[in-house]
Write a protein that binds this ligand. Sequence first.
Ligand SMILES: [Zn+2]
Length: 414
Amino acid sequence: MESDYLQEVSSIKTSLVLTLFSLLITSPTLGAKRDFKSIANEQPNASYNPFHIRVKVGAGLPELQVAGMDIQRTIHASKNIKKFNGRKRIKFNCQNFARNNRNNDLLKTPYLLASLNSSTGLISFNDHKYHGEIHVVSNPKTEGCDVVNELPLDTYISSLLSREMNSAWPIEALKAQAVAARSYAVHKILSKQVSRGYGHEAYYDLENSEKHQVSGNFFDATAKTAKASLLTKGEVLVATDGKVVPTFFHASCGGHTLRPEQVWENPISGYNNVICDSCAEKSAWDGDIDTERLQKFIAWMQKKNFLPKDIIVKNFTFLPSSEKSNNVRLYLNDKPYIVKKSHFRRYFGRKIISSNNFKSTFNKKTKILTVHGKGLGHGVGMCQVGAKRMADKKVTYKEILAHYFPGLKLVKLY
Ligand SMILES: [Zn+2]
């Protein structure tokens, strides 16, 4: 076992790190493959995919291991490239690295430390096998390392389909999901949304989590998901101005979908409320929320500035809410306020509030709020259960997408 390769970086003089660091930010190693500006001028080519996506697959790890056959390892600070013949396991000790560089201001932002790939195209990180390349990036907040998997977008889509949908579902549903997931990913790549959020180059485009999209690893891709990805190669949804928009999807809407601004803060063009008959009667849920938890919820709403901070709450009453409304009306000390349903879900979590599609009643005596809901997930964009039911009835993926995203257009990007 090779160990502690990051100590190699630690020993490099600060001046060298300084020079190389500026080189890294002006011409990042990852940039070469990611020349998106030229896409518009490229001729369509069956095998050509200009998009590589960088997925964060590990965060703040004190140590990690990368293994594979014929690994090539690049230490960026020293430009040290080394090839290992045969099977190799390399251990990174990130705590040592952080400890030795604690007083180095440069490492207060993420730093691309090492990249590893194998001639087989497959590489393992902590015993999970991935396609493409593995990057090790310093994580200044935790004094550990983040791990980023860079791979062709369509390979990513193929492994994601098994996780975000069921690979046994009809091919037209998987194709619709492939286009939606690709649009979401391409939007993340082009908008540099993650980096912008951090205020610096984040070295990844999205996270492998429910916050973004859940992708799998090598073993999650099946022949069917690969086919769904290939048959929709390069296809994304765009708004009327031609811009790729983030296309959201969820497990089941419970009868109708929601627009982004009904759940989050900002509107996104191209979204409508869509009736979804296929899952209207399915996936009902309900629950009670007692006084104590409601009080804590109100305090959280105040802390987040969703309700005025200066009110000292002496009493509260919720008015009954219907399924059609996006809000629940509330009286605090006999003054009326409005609470977004999505804030209930954000605070109480998916297990208690499974979707944003619910109605509620409030018992004034017991001060208990009772909720009856339908569906699973945020409810914005494509309903996966609805998409499956449509595909079962021989509806094509283009028709499914047109149904859930009536304001968006399908285009082939590459
Ligand atoms: Zn639905």
